[in-house]
Design a protein around this ligand. Sequence first.
Ligand SMILES: [Zn+2]
Length: 464
Amino acid sequence: MSQSEQSRLKVYNTLTRHLDDFEPIHPGRVNMFVCGPTVYDVSHIGHGKSYVAYDIIARYLRRKGYSVFFVLNITDIDDKIINRAKENKEDPLKLSERYAQAFYKDMKDLHVDSINLYAKASDYIPEIINQIQGLIDKGIGYKIAGGVYYDISKFPEYGKLSRQNLQQLTVHRIDPDPEKQSPADFVLWKAQKPGEIGWDSPWGKGRPGWHIEDTAITLTHFGPTYDLHGGGTELVFPHHEAEIAQAEGLTGKKPLAKYWAHTGLLSIKGQEMHKSLGNFVPIQDAIRKVGVEALRVLYASTHYRSPLDYTEETLVQSGSLARRFRRAYDQLLQPEGTKSETKSSQEELKRQVDDARTEFYAAMDDDFNTPRALAAYIRIVAIAEERGRSLGRESSSMLMEIMKDLASVLGLLETESVGGESQQLVSLLNSLRSDLRVKKEYALSDRIREQMQKAGVVVEDEAR
Ligand SMILES: [Zn+2]
């Protein structure tokens, strides 16, 4: 990786509001934590934007030679889950397990394969209780009827991530719990309400607050400080601010995370994507429609920190770009006989491709600038398109190797079919299968499904 080692990686850090040199706490090793979903529903393409962004970041850090330990938490107990479970008359943990499984499938189908560990909040109850007890022992946590709260007056640096001061945070707030010492104090442990799920604790039955699960998980796996914390920009306050207060208040070690990298939201016609607004595009729908490579091109076309306003048109455009990458690559797979090349034309080609590759790495080193990296990649694709058929075997395989290698940083060229013509064929096979199922010819339908799955095609079956 001589190319990438030459330039230094810079990361925009929300904590410093600067483009900082990336230097992990332990040389060569990166501990990375990203806020995962609250699993009470299926995930939409806005969630996909964020997780693909951190997937690219983790892939690139590994490419630079770091050993990356990437943990993503799953909030499987929360008000939203409890309310949804009540509506469904379902056990909340069963409901969250079902959506957690759907989420793992979304990540797999999006080729988000860089995550080492999915950590579910309900698996860390003892660690959470320990951490809260530690905060109480230090005089930072206090118990009232509603549960245990964090006394923000005991952590003077509260507000340092979101750049707010304590005074701003403690006035002008409507406080639902007059027992709290300050309106901005946040909950660590929620006392059980009648009919709700709860775990035993020294403060009676209850469940963890949202912020404490992350610090219980990271303290368990990384210790008091680690390298990179990610999540959507909307999580900076109060969620990430509260995490800093909890961890640094408890351990006295700082910073909790050296780099805070936040992703911009995906919107649709300027609005947030939400089921209640009727503009919800599930990840699985988008994959079925255009293929995973199109989605990943769409995400990479926008810098991770920038918002992305989604339109169907841009998704379709990303689809044709993804198909173009595939066609250019496939064309090199079938050299039309051995062509003799002159040494100088070989060298000229190599120089052009090396230039573009250097630019690709420089772009990624510049705060993971994927739109710029994508532009450099397109330069190589254009060379392949223009000269692919006239190249000799040696140049051809050199070009293929570089195309595959750089694509793997962005998670591209990882499926055989990327939509378009292949997608039409998949639709045809799927409709054939539903006809067979109507006629109860399940064995034949299943045989087609098996073959499709072997070919790497995602097949969804409705219940028989
Ligand atoms: Zn979180």
